[in-house]
Design a protein around this ligand. Structure first.
Ligand SMILES: *[C@@H]1O[C@H](CO)[C@@H](O)[C@H](O)[C@H]1NC(C)=O
Ligand SMILES: *[C@@H]1O[C@H](CO)[C@@H](O)[C@H](O)[C@H]1NC(C)=O
Length: 330
């Protein structure tokens, strides 16, 4: 009887001890959480200049007033709401200098549309900031129109964009500053890759890879012109130096002008493009990339262009440019 009582009390004591240990454990977790909280506060505090005796120092501001901005080159086709939305958005971005709307519709832009866009540009640009707005009217409907040479351009930088996607001004500014560090290169938000077709004996067969292989391998070799910066000189090269067979192919198939541009730039530089991190907002959903059979056609383009160029000019890379203000650790 005595022995049993002591056994029970020993078990109870053990239970109590375990409870005490786990209570101590939860106290530790709370302490840890509290430490994390303090750490976060410290980090946030460190971002104010007075912390760590930074009262007398500050980072130089990026120069927003420099005359060297960029030209927005936007391709559009009978989607006036999207066009209005895009233009209204981008005119609020600080270093936008000029807007060229690539117009390939049979009818010229309506007076109402022109008036609306002019108004949007004026009201968003602010007082001491002039933004040029131009419609580049084309007689024939061809995807090559989107890379027609711009006569008397106001900037060296082109920001080429589709009318159905929008990037925040912060992302655009960031990509622009990456481009300024490498003005011969294409810099943009939508990376793609060319893969080697291993099932073929012939070594020069390639496959067009969409976002999935880029995500899986972290490797890319093209930046799509639906959202990218490049130098104004490439419009001149595309218009005047691109092999006519490629221009014809793009026009006939209504596809792959962006792959052709990637080939052109890669062939001129011998270097890969740069993928910049950015937030994308799709505002339309009728793009050709959502149609089936798209990938096969793109693969055909890549192989066709390789034979026209006489080599594969695209260079793969794994570099991704990110804004260091958005990353906590090195
Ligand atoms: C790879 O090449 C083979 C042989 O030409 C072809 O049948 C196959 O469709 C190619 N693969 C892709 C994904 O294009
Ligand atoms: C590719 O680059 C070479 C060497 O710079 C040049 O001679 C050739 O014209 C370029 N090809 C195209 C199609 O631009």
């Amino acid at each position: 009887m005595v022995a049993r009582t002591s056994l029970i009390s020993r078990r109870t004591a053990q239970k109590f001890r375990q409870a005490a240990i786990s209570a101590a454990g939860s106290v530790k977790i709370k302490l840890l959480l509290f430490c994390c909280f303090l750490f976060t506060l410290t980090l946030l505090a460190s971002r104010t200049p007075s912390f760590l005796g930074w009262g007398q120092q500050s980072v130089p501001l990026l120069d927003r007033t420099s005359s060297k901005g960029y030209t927005l080159l936007i391709n559009t086709w009978k989607r006036y709401d999207l066009l209005k939305q895009s233009i209204s958005h981008y005119t609020s971005c600080p270093r936008l200098d000029s807007i060229h709307i690539v117009w390939s519709e049979p009818d010229p832009p309506s007076d109402a549309l022109v008036k609306y866009l002019n108004q949007a540009v004026k009201s968003n640009a602010g007082n001491n900031h002039y933004i040029e707005l131009a419609f580049d009217i084309n007689k024939e409907d061809s995807l090559n129109n989107r890379f027609k040479e711009i006569k008397n351009p106001r900037t060296d930088a082109v920001f080429s964009i589709d009318d159905d996607i929008i990037f925040s001004c912060k992302s655009v500014e960031f990509a622009f500053s990456v481009w300024q560090s490498a003005p011969d290169t294409m810099v943009g938000f939508v990376p793609r890759i060319h893969l080697i077709n291993r099932s073929k004996e012939n070594e020069n067969s390639y496959i067009y890879g969409g976002w999935w292989p880029v995500w899986w391998t972290g490797t890319y070799s093209m930046i799509l012109s639906k959202a990218s910066f490049f130098h104004m000189k490439y419009l001149r090269l595309y218009t005047n130096e691109m092999p006519t067979s490629i221009m014809e192919y793009v026009k006939r198939n209504r596809n792959c002008e962006d792959i052709a541009m990637s080939f052109l730039v890669a062939n001129a530089t011998g270097a890969p493009p740069i993928w910049a991190k950015g937030k994308i907002y799709e505002i339309g959903s009728t793009g050709i990339s959502s149609l089936g059979g798209h990938s096969d056609k793109r693969t055909e383009c890549v192989n066709r262009f390789v034979s026209e160029f006489g080599k594969m000019p695209l260079v793969p890379t794994t570099v991704k440019a990110v804004d260091s203000r958005g990353t906590w650790f090195w």
